[in-house]
Design a protein around this ligand. Sequence first.
Ligand code: R5P
Length: 285
Amino acid sequence: MRIISTERSQVLAARIAEKLGAPLVETKFTRFPDGEMYLRCGELDKETLIVSSVVDNDMLVQTLLAIDAADQSRNTLVVPYLGYSRQDKRFFPGEPISARAVARALSTGIDRVFVVNIHDRGVLDHFGAPAKDVTIAPAVGGYIGDLHLNNPLVLAPDEGAINFAADVAAVGGWDCDHLEKTRLSGEEVRIAPKTIDAAGREVVIVDDIISTGGTLATAACMLREQGAASTHAACVHGVLTSGAYTRLRAAGVSSVVSSDTYENASSFISAANTIATAIREDAHR
Ligand code: R5P
């Protein structure tokens, strides 16, 4: 098996290659004068692993080009971060189900697909090849352990993240809860842990995605008001758009960490081991 990646997944691809003991194939990326994308892969073999997070429209196109370049081999597609996956329903008439559109587009020429902590597993059904979601909750828990916090409280920002938070907390046997929004009046809402008092606690809020940081910044401010000793943020996909990192730090969040599914300067957690293990175990079936 040989491994290629698109431009925004180079680090993760190299880590996966190391774990699998498979060679990385160099790929050159340029553009035509009119702005269209061009890529050229080195020599491929009978089996190719394509590692490509769809972090933006350019990476969607690069993924399609990489799949097509590998049309002579059996292909496994690893999409650690699948952009557009949050538009997984038709919320209003006339809208596309964008997650379905992207999954379908990425399915031609692919034998199997792996994604990481996808927002909703229902999206997997839209791929035209067997698709599997793997979780890096244990790796996130491992990172929290390395922070050496005193009896941390792991919090999900909403009910949708409860299972992920529980899996993270299980790593250290830490307390776990989720935040609940209570409307106090027309203008006032209170966001607090559903059952556990945050006063005096070192709190780690965990989520699948930090995008604008709005969800976590609001929660962090409220937790501080409730007497939390410190707040930290950890997520899988650090999209961190619109100044999210600064927003969180300015809101008093002591540390913000994400994984290499979405490569950026806060990607201190790696999904490589989880992905490599899933690929190996799948090959054994
Ligand atoms: C939403 O359901 C997701 O799990 C995240 O909570 C959300 O995407 C975070 O967005 P933001 O950082 O913009 O508040």
